[in-house]
Design a protein around this ligand. Structure first.
Ligand code: HEC
Ligand code: HEC
Ligand code: HEC
Length: 343
């Protein structure tokens, strides 16, 4: 074997080991509970295929062929994917997963990849969005949505790839900003220049392809995690992303029934189940919680759960209104500036 070949082999085993270790560092998601396909993806696959499924990962430049970009894999059939994930792809860094994942987990992660990342190449509207974005927006927003360094103006274009953008920019807000523009910035309205359907397509493309999936901040690969570190009082006044209004009274009941076993009746993370759990449930009375979590961040945390921790994704159990209620309760009691429920 020549030297380069040999180095490549070593690298592949290191990456596989990294994927394996990170998967086993915490509680293994999916075992003993409902399957959590996004956790499987982020623990086993994202190290190579990237947080956004676009093949953009630390491994990318060192593997030949590079990991597949799922956002441009329209022709890849579900059956082919199941076979490759189960048995591996000879001659590439894609190893067989059948020894680490059972068949239900393999089906779940493949369907997750198809519905989360491949929808861009499967859905004509998102493909249109990609074209509109490339022709009208990329010059300022950059090809990965991170903002082009050369773009003009005192206020830089929004970086769509941060956890903060994910929590702050609702679809409605984005549609409005692109249609009408943002006053006193280089972001002009596109109302007269693009049909409404193109504006919508571009926004949906940004949300699907460029913004972090709502959960990936948890995988530990996106640097600053934790709901976007909101320090401004503006962030603290923000409402829920889907326009819902939470009823804190109802939320209190949900909290006592569903959350206090881990987070404690007082929110201090010392509920009866906490003893058995690692990492420990969040202590809502700690300052770090207050500074990092506004309504959208709490809602997202409750809705999606925390990968690799025993914080369930409550979207499987509670409806959106119930999640808003309990999030409102947690926000008012523990996060809102000037309240009394904390130490
Ligand atoms: C060590 C890096 C690495 C890891 C970890 C990894 N992959 Fe891959 N994957 C690759 C490479 C490299 C290819 C081959 C790309 C090609 O042939 O062009 C690939 C190909 C694939 C393909 C087939 C794409 C095609 O066009 O043939 C699927 C499906 C896939 N991976 C899914 C997964 C899933 C699911 C996981 C997690 C359980 C995973 N991969 C983990 C590197 C990796
Ligand atoms: C001439 C440069 C430029 C172009 C072209 C441009 N943008 Fe922007 N965009 C900006 C700037 C600057 C901001 C930041 C405005 C702010 O912070 O208020 C921004 C912000 C945004 C925001 C966030 C607004 C908010 O509510 O905070 C969205 C969404 C957006 N742009 C989408 C698009 C889309 C879609 C296109 C193409 C159809 C586009 N932009 C074209 C410069 C540009
Ligand atoms: C089985 C135990 C358990 C239950 C039940 C539970 N949580 Fe959690 N929760 C956790 C753990 C563990 C964490 C993660 C702590 C960490 O990663 O630092 C967490 C974190 C959180 C966070 C912060 C997310 C973050 O990024 O740190 C919020 C908000 C939250 N939980 C709200 C709730 C609400 C609301 C309920 C009830 C609907 C609930 N939890 C029920 C265990 C639980």
């Amino acid at each position: 074997m020549n030297r380069q070949n040999c180095l490549a082999k070593i690298l592949v085993s290191l990456l596989a080991a990294a994927a394996c270790l990170s998967a086993h560092a915490g509680e293994r998601p999916g075992k003993g509970g409902p399957l959590n396909p996004s956790a499987i993806y982020h623990n086993y696959c994202s190290v190579c295929h990237g947080d956004r499924g676009d093949g953009n990962s630390r491994a990318k430049n060192s593997l030949v062929p590079p990991p597949r970009d799922f956002t441009r894999a329209g022709e890849l059939s579900r059956d082919t994917m199941l076979t490759i994930v189960t048995h591996g792809k000879p001659g590439t860094a894609m190893t067989a997963w059948k020894t680490q994942l059972d068949s239900n987990e393999i089906v779940a992660v493949v369907d997750y990849i198809r519905s989360t990342f491949m929808q861009i190449s499967l859905d004509p509207k998102l493909q249109r969005g990609r074209t509109v974005f490339a022709q009208n927006c990329m010059v300022c927003h950059g090809d990965h949505g991170q903002g082009a360094p050369s773009s003009l103006g005192l206020i830089p274009p929004r970086d769509f790839t941060t956890p903060q953008a994910r929590t702050e920019l609702t679809r409605e807000r984005m549609l409005n900003s692109v249609t009408n523009g943002r006053p006193n910035t280089a972001m002009a309205g596109f109302a007269g220049r693009l049909p409404a359907s193109d504006i919508e397509a571009a926004v949906d493309y940004i949300r699907a392809a460029l913004m972090l999936p709502a959960t990936s901040r948890i995988s530990g690969t996106s640097a600053n995690g934790r709901g976007g570190q909101l320090t401004s009082t503006d962030g603290m006044r923000q409402g829920f992303q889907n326009g819902l209004t939470g009823d804190p009274g109802k939320g209190a009941k949900t909290f006592m029934a569903n959350c206090s076993t881990c987070h404690g009746v007082k929110g201090d993370g010392k509920g009866p189940r906490a003893y058995f759990i690692n990492p420990k449930p969040r202590d809502f009375t700690d300052r770090s919680f207050r500074f990092a979590f506004n309504r959208p961040a709490i809602y997202t945390a409750v809705h999606d759960g925390r990968l690799g921790a025993e914080m369930p994704a409550w979207s499987k159990v509670l409806n959106d209104q119930e999640i808003a209620d309990v999030s409102e309760y947690v926000f008012r009691r523990f996060a809102q500036p000037g309240n009394s429920g904390r130490k």
